[in-house]
Design a protein around this ligand. Structure first.
Ligand code: UD1
Length: 429
């Protein structure tokens, strides 16, 4: 199994290209289920999760071409993906595939909208909390689906098709908003979605749907109004830059006292992260072509932060900020309000010398002067990249095991960091 070895202590200087957003690319690929015409996506990141979703969508009969080659053919790589769902070959998404990636559950809405039925495995346990799907099911029921749970599968039927409805979410959910939106675009009549997630990735999906012929108002806001259409056509769409990858590399630069240009990054998508980094004493500036991040020698200042839905500080940057704060000159407090069990990185950061105490949903991070390298274990996607951030500043060698977590969400991480002067190597086998 691959490992990543980091020899800490180097300042990062140079440029890092930000890839397309994983959390936009995945739902955009799923959108292709809604139309018999070709959806062409560009700026698709080359990630393990994208490859897994290709397999899931192929199982439903979608023809997928990436850079002119089909998955499995030699030389397939590239960031332009053509997806054509001329016919849906299967409306079942099996456990073996869905259990490996939670977002694949999101095929439920489009399959139901296009075919009037879907049988999708419940996603099952997840390392960062219970993550139920009750709000997804509520939205489908409001749109007229009958739902049963049979043998671990959600079986949804809408024999006469879906019809527009008023959907109000009690809690903000990215996945449930995607589900409601993707189903409502083909439902008969109007749908009002209130307390919708307003994450930039939802806006990106909505804009793509509009290019395909959907009628949606209120894009980028918490209230979405959809007027159903009978069919959707094809479109070409470029995936937005990954704001979580942006925030992550910004913290790598801040941690090492570096000076890095994050190419293609969109500052408007990470306003809350930028605010916190500035409070921490890091210079963050939107410049032509991206975002420049610098820290000139001064100490890192401690911060108090709470994760919350967009536009607040994202839970997907919480572990990375914690790593950064391990070396601040004082105590920081980070409260996690989205996922109850998202502190698994704490024990691993402690192995590098971090001083972190958990008080319920809040972590108190007492800054230390020095971290020292050690073997550590990646536990989930964002937790594992927090170990990279700490490892970049730790004296000596840090080896991160189970890097398949990183490969799910970070494209060529070691190449991007090495190009800026970090000593990061992938040890294969
Ligand atoms: C998405 C992101 C993930 C991010 C998360 C929060 C993708 C592929 N994943 O995950 O990276 O960390 O948003 O920004 O885009 N909930 C319910 N019932 C439901 C659905 C959710 O109670 O039916 C709860 C969850 O347990 C959680 C909260 O709502 O406490 C938010 O979860 P949600 O926004 O749905 O996360 P995901 O869409 O799974």
């Amino acid at each position: 199994m691959d490992r990543i070895r980091i020899r800490g202590g180097n300042r990062l200087t140079g440029a890092i290209p930000v890839s397309g957003a994983k959390n936009a690319a995945l739902p955009l690929m799923i959108v292709s289920l809604l139309s018999p015409s070709t959806l062409t996506l560009s700026n698709v990141p080359r990630l393990a999760d994208v490859r897994l979703l290709q397999r899931i969508l192929q199982n439903h009969g979608i023809d997928i071409m990436v850079a002119g080659k089909r998955p499995g053919q030699t030389g397939m790589a590239g960031d332009v993906m053509h997806l054509t769902a001329r016919q849906i070959a299967a409306t079942t998404a099996p456990y073996e595939l869905v259990s490996r990636m939670r977002a694949s559950f999101w095929v439920l809405g489009p399959l139901l909208a296009r075919c009037g039925e879907a049988r999708v495995s419940l996603p099952g346990g997840c390392a960062i909390g219970t993550r139920p799907v009750d709000m997804h099911l509520m939205a489908m029921e409001k749109l007229g689906a009958e739902i049963e749970i049979e043998n671990g599968y959600v079986v949804a039927r809408a024999r006469k098709g879906l019809r527009g409805a008023h959907i109000r979410f009690d809690k903000v959910s990215v996945g449930a908003t995607h589900a409601a939106l993707m189903a409502a675009v083909l439902a008969a009549g109007d749908t009002l979605i209130e307390n919708a997630a307003a994450e930039p990735e939802i806006g990106d999906v909505a804009e793509c749907l509009v290019k395909m012929g959907a009628r949606i108002e209120g894009i980028h806001s918490p209230v979405l109004r959809v007027s159903g259409v009978t069919s959707l056509g094809g479109a070409s769409h470029s995936v937005i830059p990954d704001r979580i990858e942006t925030g992550t590399y910004a913290m790598c630069a801040g941690m090492t006292g570096g000076d890095v240009l994050l190419q293609n990054a969109n500052a408007a998508h990470i306003g809350a992260v930028i605010d916190v980094m500035r409070q921490a004493g890091i210079d963050v500036e939107a410049v032509t072509g991206g975002i420049r991040v610098r820290r000139d020698g001064g100490p890192l200042q401690p911060v108090r932060v709470e994760t919350a839905p967009f536009p607040a500080f994202p839970t997907d940057c919480q572990a990375q900020l914690m790593a950064l704060m391990t070396m601040a000159s004082g105590a920081s407090f980070i409260r996690e309000t989205i996922f109850e069990n998202r502190f698994m990185h704490v024990q691993e950061l402690a192995r590098l010398g971090a001083d972190i105490h958990l008080h319920g949903d809040t972590a108190e991070i007492r800054g230390v002067r020095k971290l020292t390298g050690a073997p550590v274990m990646a536990t989930d996607l964002r937790a594992s990249v927090s170990l990279v951030i700490a490892g970049l500043a730790a004296a000596g060698e840090t080896t991160i095991n189970r890097v398949y977590h990183l490969d799910r969400g970070f494209e060529t991480l070691e190449e991007k960091l090495s190009a800026c002067g970090a000593d990061v190597t992938r040890l294969t086998g």
